[in-house]
Design a protein around this ligand. Structure first.
Ligand code: FE2
Ligand code: FE2
Length: 308
């Protein structure tokens, strides 16, 4: 349970304020909002049948590099079988519509993190129940981005410190919102939302704690990979696949993420489909990262005007 002071407000998609900025988050404050919501029954609906999710997923999976990762028809069929089991409550599913309409990158991203983490979990997690639980967290890992102003999510120039704080807020916001909708702060989806930007060496956010949860780590690696291979507002050109995998390998060398998840990802990127434990990773770096990339560059605060 995080004990931290919120820098920004947390609100639902229908604009219900759950917590204003300055709230000190404790188990008691979270329990209070969960209690206020207990009487509402949240109907669930199959993710795959929601909007154009199935069609969009299949489209995204057929584009490089996912077409190599999901090379075998059986992998796609297995994935669809798991997708079919995922049911989410309507307010959570509505966030997919929100992202599809206002931030298409995030919409595609959450579906591919879902697909990739499900595939990696097949290799890395032996417990079937745990694998199913993990799969249901991919589509919600960035749910908290509904609390980040769209102009910040789409900004192409360096962020100010305040704007960077807003981006980082999405992890805590996702944790609170999912606790509220699941009425359970222990739900794995809440842990994933809160922890997927933490790193094994403590260099991540929002808490800067050591990432120890293996299931969260699988989402974290899937998240990093999908972000690298796509153009982003702050980097108009995507990493090519080789450079992306090398970047992730470097993160494993720095003990930010674990080798087993990285090896599983690299194994699926090879057409030979060798078992991940037999995968050899070269230390040589030959990829060329994009030349324009302002990720991590901090701009001076604007003196006038506010978008929030
Ligand atoms: Fe995220
Ligand atoms: Fe993400």
């Amino acid at each position: 349970m995080p004990r931290l002071t919120l820098q920004h407000s947390i609100y639902t998609l229908d604009n219900q304020l759950l917590f204003p900025p300055g709230t000190f988050l404790t188990e008691e404050t979270l329990d209070a909002i969960i209690d206020s919501h207990k009487a509402y029954s949240c109907k669930t609906y199959p993710l795959l049948l929601f909007g154009s999710v199935k069609e969009d997923c299949l489209n995204f999976l057929s584009t490089p590099p996912y077409e190599t990762i999901f090379l075998e028809k059986k992998q796609i069929n297995d994935l669809l079988n798991i997708l079919e089991t995922v049911h989410l409550s309507i307010p959570i599913l509505e966030s997919l519509d929100y992202f599809k309409k206002h931030d298409f990158y995030t919409y595609a991203h959450i579906l591919m993190v879902f697909a990739l983490s499900t595939l990696l979990a097949e290799d890395l997690i032996t417990d079937c129940q745990e694998r199913m639980q993990l799969s249901a967290t991919g589509p919600t890992h960035d749910f908290g981005k509904i609390c980040v102003p769209l102009y910040i999510l789409k900004k192409t120039t360096p962020l100010t410190k305040t704007e960077r704080g807003f981006i980082e807020h999405h992890a805590t916001a996702g944790y609170v919102l999912l606790s509220y909708y699941y009425k359970d702060i222990q739900n794995l989806a809440c842990e994933v939302a809160l922890g997927h930007h933490e790193r094994k060496d403590g260099s991540g956010y929002p808490r800067g704690i050591l990432l120890k949860h293996h299931l969260v780590e699988i989402i974290a690696v899937s998240d990093i990979y999908d972000a690298l291979i796509k153009p982003r507002p702050y980097r108009s050109t995507a990493y090519d696949n080789r450079a992306a995998l090398e970047e992730i390998t470097t993160m494993a060398e720095q003990n930010k993420i674990g080798w087993d998840v990285v090896k599983a990802l690299i194994a699926h990127n090879r057409k030979s489909k060798i078992h991940y434990r037999e995968t050899k990773i070269s230390a040589e770096k030959r990829g060329t990262p994009p030349s324009y990339n302002v990720y991590g560059v901090i701009a001076e605060e604007e003196k006038t005007g506010s978008h929030d």
